[in-house]
Design a protein around this ligand. Structure first.
Ligand code: NAD
Ligand code: DAU
Length: 339
């Protein structure tokens, strides 16, 4: 492993992964391949983009010619695929791009990985592929996939195609399925940056339904370290869950956020629930722990640190909460907040 193509590397987790890997492996080359959709942001990479082993290519993973050119030009031996449309609410409003990128785009990358006989293809997946998990069950890697949103279904489809390329063509693949990531550089459509930036401007915090849904909020740096473990120590053809093993109810997350910012609880506004909202995800993380990894952050501390990062980095999020963001916000929350 020497020349890594990180697709979707200008997004939230991808950029955090690039930071971690460039610090840890200064002798590797990092080719960041990203379409720069609304969620891609070169500000996320500004600390590393002048390093000599960093290359940025603006491109779509659905574009087979550009993917092939990039692999040839940079002698890529490993692809780590973060590229996806990632917001569940947008997949309910407009599913097209989700199918295009996660289904067609993943297939384009797999075909290229096969043609150029890459050392490794790693797919970044999500706990959402398992669907809504009733208490007290936790998902293990061999469980059936029961995705319930167009986003989750697009990711599950990608996982199945990756597995098929491993089984049919012997492609050296791995998959990791992460829980909810939080931390720096997350686009403020996701709940913690949305609520923090809303609260800082005295705007309401639109809690879906009763707010008793549970998520395994994990610090993005921990997730990125686990991906590195899978790349360097994981077994080919395997799937690894990556989470904390600790669930936090959304209302508890909101309480921590409000305490950290010192704002009023009156900002909370319960609004119409997300259609098909999964109440709970829960991952069994024994398999990734058996590689020697464990999460470094307590989930409640990770929420506090994340809120503090947005509080202290207005330069980053003010630019991103632009007219395009406002148009999305109005579409997603306009009616909800009136009712
Ligand atoms: P993000 O939305 O912040 O970033 C996605 C990136 O992919 C952006 O930079 C975007 O420009 C790029 N992209 C989108 N379509 C593309 C295309 N067709 N070609 C090339 N680039 C494209 O997403 P994120 O939260 O960083 O998630 C990254 C990956 O991790 C996704 O695959 C997501 O499903 C998965 N994941 C996310 C979480 C989470 O909590 N955020 C948890 C588990 C798994
Ligand atoms: O579980 C992993 C997944 O986590 C990733 O695969 C997705 O890419 C990522 O977006 C995230 O999905 P969620 O739907 O869980 O994240 P989101 O931040 O949108 O919502 C977290 C919880 O907060 C969820 O229960 C819905 C709730 N929520 C969200 C928003 C945006 C609200 O109550 N109000 C909101 O306005």
């Amino acid at each position: 492993m020497k020349n890594l193509m990180i697709t979707g590397g200008a997004g939230f987790i991808g950029a955090n992964f690039v930071h971690l890997m460039m610090a840890k492996y200064p002798d590797y080359n990092f080719i960041i391949y990203d379409k720069l959709t609304y969620a891609g942001n070169l500000d996320n990479l500004k600390d590393v983009m002048d390093l000599p082993n960093f290359v940025f290519v603006q491109g779509d993973i659905c574009d087979a010619d550009q993917v092939a050119e990039t692999i040839e030009e940079h002698q890529i031996d490993t692809i780590v695929n973060f590229a996806a449309e990632t917001h569940v609410d947008r997949s309910i409003l407009d599913p097209d791009a989700f199918v295009r990128t996660s289904v067609n785009g993943t297939w384009v990358l797999l075909e290229a990985a096969k043609k150029y006989q890459l050392e490794r293809y790693h797919q970044i997946s999500t706990d959402e592929v398992y669907g809504d998990i009733p208490e007290p069950k936790s998902s293990v890697e061999g469980d059936a996939l029961e995705p319930r949103s167009p986003y989750a279904a697009s990711k599950a489809s990608a996982d199945l195609m990756v597995q098929a390329y491993h089984t049919t063509f012997g492609l050296p693949t791995t998959i990791s399925r992460g829980s909810n990531n939080i931390g720096p550089y997350q686009y403020p459509e996701k709940v913690i940056p949305l609520f923090t930036t809303n609260a800082m401007d005295g705007k309401p915090l639109p809690v879906y339904g009763d707010g008793k849904q549970k998520r395994e909020y994990q610090f993005v740096g921990d997730h990125c370290e686990a991906i590195d473990f899978v790349l360097h120590k994981g077994n080919i053809g395997e799937i690894y869950n990556i989470g904390t093993g600790v669930e936090v109810e959304n209302m508890r997350m909101v309480e921590i956020l409000i305490e950290t910012l010192g704002v009023s609880k009156d900002l909370i506004q319960h609004v119409t629930d997300r259609a098909g909202h999964d109440r709970r995800y829960s991952l069994n993380i024994s398999k990734i722990k058996s590689l020697g990894w464990k999460p470094r952050h307590d989930p409640e501390d990770a929420i506090r640190q994340t809120v503090e990062w947005y509080r202290d980095n207005e330069w980053w999020w003010r630019k991103v909460r632009n007219d395009e963001f406002d148009a999305y916000y109005e579409r997603q929350y306009g009616e909800r907040l009136k009712n």
